[in-house]
Design a protein around this ligand. Structure first.
Ligand SMILES: [Zn+2]
Length: 340
């Protein structure tokens, strides 16, 4: 079978790979759908990825084989890719820091011992059995591919804490930013503002529950103050992936005593210590998600409260991934549907 993999900077190739065999403790999944998101594009552009499985990690599918130690009854089950629960054995787990489990974190970026040497831009994939969760019955395979970025957004909001009645500004209107908008609305934010350069994405943000959106510019700071009773946002969630470019100056968007949660990675930081000190801004990082975040977003999707449908972009095959991964962004997220 053929898999689309990153082989260098701006280099994505179709390579012939062996059909995966179920090793002990693993499952083989027939991939139904896989999202091609910002992190995949970033990996394709830079050629840098933590593990081959990172390119194509927002997938859903069906278990077709199980290895020793995994119950046969799981064959046929619809599943999606997640992180495993804390391992209980690594240095941090043994120190009581299960939320920062080394193995969970490695799996998050596709670095797992039994994983296939490619991601889910391929018809089949092998993963550790504890890295799959059952897809809720009411959730179709395409919607299920949004569970992973939604869990990332849910984790960012969990890091923000209480947003009930607050003004939340989301910087970056990619899939994670837009899902953050939806979840902030569900979490009771009073006002949601979006800073995003692409007009179509700003429109989409407003369709999904943002009250207003603006392109990043010097005027954005003033605009944001006007939109938030002259104060600035209570919480800024920075979802911009900015490799090679300066990061947005988020502390200037947040009110005095406010909070910035940084989700997007890469790029030169613009954290001015004077702004942090004078405004007493709190900055928190948010890495990936945990099993609990995944459980919460699946419950919301199953109850039809979190709807990814407006985010669905064009559907393509694996053969089209090398071109699509390096093409310009559209407002919707590309869905790859592999077939043999
Ligand atoms: Zn651990």
């Amino acid at each position: 079978m053929r898999a689309a993999v990153v082989t260098g900077p701006e280099q994505v190739e179709l390579i012939e790979v062996d059909d995966p065999v179920a090793l002990p403790g693993s499952v083989v999944v027939d991939v139904s759908a896989c999202g091609l998101g910002g992190s995949d594009r970033e990996a394709a552009r830079t050629g840098e990825l933590p593990a081959p499985g990172w390119f194509g990690h927002e997938w859903s599918g069906r278990i077709v084989a199980v290895g020793d130690g995994v119950a046969e009854r799981f064959v046929g089950e619809r599943v999606l890719g997640s992180v495993p629960p804390p391992c209980g054995r690594c240095r941090r787990c043994r120190a009581g820091l299960g939320d920062h489990c080394e193995r969970s974190l490695a799996s998050l970026v596709g670095d797992a011992t039994l994983a296939s040497p490619h991601g889910a831009f391929a018809p089949r994939l092998r993963v550790e059995a504890d890295r799959v969760v059952r897809t809720p019955e009411g959730l179709d395979d395409v919607s299920a591919t949004f569970a992973e970025p939604a869990a990332v957004a849910a984790h960012a909001l969990a890091r923000a804490g209480q947003v009930l009645g607050e003004c939340v500004a989301v910087v970056g209107g990619g899939t994670i930013g837009l899902l953050t908008v939806e979840l902030a609305r569900l979490a009771g934010a009073a006002r949601i503002l979006v800073v995003e350069p692409d007009g179509a994405r700003r429109d989409l943000a407003c369709t999904l529950g943002a009250d207003a959106a603006i392109a990043p510019s010097d005027a954005a700071v003033e605009w944001l103050e006007e939109q938030s009773h002259g104060l600035g946002a209570d919480v800024v969630v920075d979802c911009a992936g900015m490799s090679g470019r300066p990061r947005p100056d988020t502390p200037t968007l947040v009110r005095h005593g406010g909070l910035v949660v940084v989700v997007g990675r890469g790029g030169a930081t613009a954290l001015d210590p004077d702004v942090l000190v004078v405004r007493e801004v709190t900055v928190r990082g948010s890495i990936g998600y945990q099993v609990g975040d995944m459980r919460r977003v699946l419950a919301l999707m199953d109850e039809d409260r979190l709807r990814p449908d407006p985010l669905v972009g064009p559907t393509i095959g694996v053969d089209e991934v090398p071109v699509a991964a390096l093409a310009a962004f559209g407002p919707g997220r590309i869905i790859v549907r592999p077939t043999d």
